[in-house]
Write a protein that binds this ligand. Structure first.
Ligand code: DC
Length: 227
């Protein structure tokens, strides 16, 4: 069977990672969460005082990009990959609100994107990869065999994210999440460098009224047709 590249893009909290993991598992492919990479850089910025009082010291960040080492390590006990920053497991920390609040700003910096895109292409060089993000089908893998563009109604997205964070005991309100998603949508779609756009050959998947199983069935049919 052909090994293909599957690119999944879309707004924040649209279920991209759930679908990407399901497809990767079914196909025995690796799953790369490109958002986690930008989140890792954002966490590095917080820990290294690159952002103070909302102001980003871009020069400090850019001159330190080579000191930010991001990897994914597979954990057989949970059958999932987790994100590592300079050898430390940061999977939990990067999902919190402190990182969510600054990650769009950090990911809009050209030099950060260049480094992440190069790394993402390296992770996917042998195909057999499912990668989710904002610019995977449009920039990272423009020749991906399957491109999905996911969307859902804003309130549904906020509620899903709220339930996810509550399940992890994160202190957060639905209002805060709605506002964070609104701001991130704005920043992700209006930034100059590689904004979130639907690739011309992407298939739109609106999962507002789908269960995760229904969503998988739709995507799996599309993937099978390309294998
Ligand atoms: O998918 P996520 O919510 O974990 O992504 C976190 C942020 O990273 C998101 O606000 C936009 C940015 N991002 C990006 O700019 N390009 C990507 N390929 C993935 C994420």
């Amino acid at each position: 069977m052909n090994r293909i590249t599957i690119a999944i893009d879309g707004y924040s909290s649209c279920g991209k990672s759930t679908l990407a993991k399901q497809l990767a598992k079914k196909l025995g492919y690796s799953y790369i969460d490109s958002g986690a990479m930008y989140r890792a850089v954002a966490l590095w910025c917080i820990e290294n005082n690159v952002i103070e009082n909302g102001v980003t010291d871009k020069n400090k960040l850019i001159s330190n990009l080579d000191n930010i080492n991001i990897e994914f390590r597979f954990h057989p006990e949970i059958q999932a990959s987790q994100t590592y920053l300079n050898g430390r497991n940061i999977e939990r920390e990067i999902r919190g609100m402190a990182v969510s609040e600054i990650v769009s700003k950090i990911s809009s910096i050209k030099e950060v994107r260049q480094k992440m895109v190069a790394l993402q292409r390296k992770f996917g060089e042998d195909k057999g990869v499912v990668m989710d993000g904002r610019d995977i089908g449009s920039v990272v893998f423009p020749n991906a065999e399957l491109k999905l563009f996911m969307t859902a109604e804003p309130l549904i997205r906020a509620k899903r994210r709220y339930d996810e964070l509550k399940a992890k005991d994160t202190e957060v309100s639905l209002e805060e999440i709605k506002e964070n998603l609104r701001l991130r949508d704005y920043e992700d779609t209006t930034r100059k460098e590689n904004p979130l756009v639907q690739a011309a050959d992407a298939v739109v998947l609106d999962n507002t009224n789908y269960t995760t199983e229904e969503q998988f069935d739709v995507a799996w049919e599309l993937a099978k047709a390309r294998l």
